[in-house]
Design a protein around this ligand. Structure first.
Ligand SMILES: [Zn+2]
Ligand SMILES: [Zn+2]
Length: 342
């Protein structure tokens, strides 16, 4: 059976070819390591309110990170004490292990586990940090959140991660943002989306609706003849662009028109009269129509009654008086507008 020796090596060394580094004697001659490593980065999660994310804010966060011990300056040894040569590696920082394999003796060089490659060890530890060179500190820092950040945005605060070992430079703090979402406003990029519910009379006559925006309560003008599903925008009431805060998105309102399922006898009278205007005689097919098959009366055409037809215009005027009576004050302004424009 033919055997690929390469496969065998992989089997013996568990797929790692690290064993071969031991055959390269040049690495053994290199001087002991004295590495100053940069500290670890830290992640911190912050939940922002909806408007905080839109307009920006300042957050105080309390984080726990490692700082270089100020007593020993990160060395970990007691002040005035001397380092002593590592007895494990004799000061070389590396150790050689020889293994017997079916192919002969293999030597492997690795970093000394006692001194971590330093070649010398601390003889007396710093009391403050117990020789670690770093101490854990709780610290409050202020993070400035710019306007327009979105869910999943990450802010980098340089130098607020863990300090490096042996006095090495610190890593960074990454503040990861999550944002609370209100039920009535949805955000997509720089635009905001809401729905506004109006009555069918308001849709026909137009009205002013109070709506909630991120700037507070605002007036949304519903023009006469608004259709269900129409989108009305409050320009520049959305989210500022993160990169260009002078640019601001819009707040878009999708109109929902409520058609009443039950109406009073008086309302029915008026609506039937209204229907007769457009049909030239409304025919009641059912004295008590089943709710499952409601009779749809389309009113839109009547609102824009043409001026040439004076009879119709007069009739519309009468209807308007009655309508104003029962629609109440909401429709008043719109009715006035309608009168002026008929
Ligand atoms: Zn110390
Ligand atoms: Zn050593």
């Amino acid at each position: 059976m033919q055997t690929n020796p390469f496969d065998l090596f992989e089997t013996f060394f568990g797929g790692s070819m690290g064993g071969f580094s031991g055959m390269d004697q040049s690495t053994f001659r290199t001087s002991r390591q004295n590495t100053v490593l940069q500290g670890e980065d830290i992640r911190y999660d912050v939940v922002l309110g909806f408007t905080e994310a839109i307009f920006g804010t300042e957050k105080y966060i309390i984080l726990s990170h490692l700082e270089t011990c100020d007593t020993c300056g990160g060395s970990g040894s007691k002040a005035g004490s001397k380092m002593r040569i590592c007895s494990t590696c004799g000061g070389r920082g590396q150790v050689m292990r020889t293994e017997q394999t079916p192919f002969g003796l293999f030597s492997q060089v690795s970093i000394c586990p006692t001194c971590a490659g330093e070649g010398e060890v601390i003889s007396e530890y710093c009391r403050k940090c117990s020789g670690e060179g770093r101490i854990r500190v709780r610290k409050e820092i202020k993070v400035k959140i710019p306007p327009g950040v979105s869910k999943g945005s990450t802010l980098r605060v340089r130098g607020e991660g863990d300090a490096g070992s042996k006095g090495g430079p610190p890593g960074d703090l990454f503040v990861c943002l999550d944002i609370e979402e209100p039920s009535d406003i949805k955000r997509d990029g720089i635009n905001l989306y809401s729905t506004v519910s109006i009555s069918y009379l308001e849709a026909i006559l137009g009205t002013i609706k109070k709506v909630r925006t991120v700037d507070g309560t605002n007036d949304l003008r519903i023009p006469p003849g608004t259709q269900p599903g129409d989108v009305i925008a409050l320009a520049k009431q959305g989210v500022p662009s993160l990169n260009k805060p002078t640019i601001r998105g819009d707040h878009l309102f999708t109109v929902k028109v409520a058609i009443p399922k039950r109406i009073s006898g008086r309302e029915r009278e008026l609506l039937e009269e209204l229907a007769s205007l457009s049909n030239g005689g409304f025919v009641r097919t059912d004295a008590k129509p089943k709710p499952a098959q409601p009779k749809r009366v389309h009113l839109e055409k009547e609102v824009g009654a043409s001026q040439e037809d004076t009879d119709k215009s007069k009739a519309a005027g009468d209807w308007l008086k009655k309508l104003t009576h029962f629609a109440g004050s909401i429709a008043n302004g719109a009715a006035k507008w309608l009168k002026e424009n008929l």
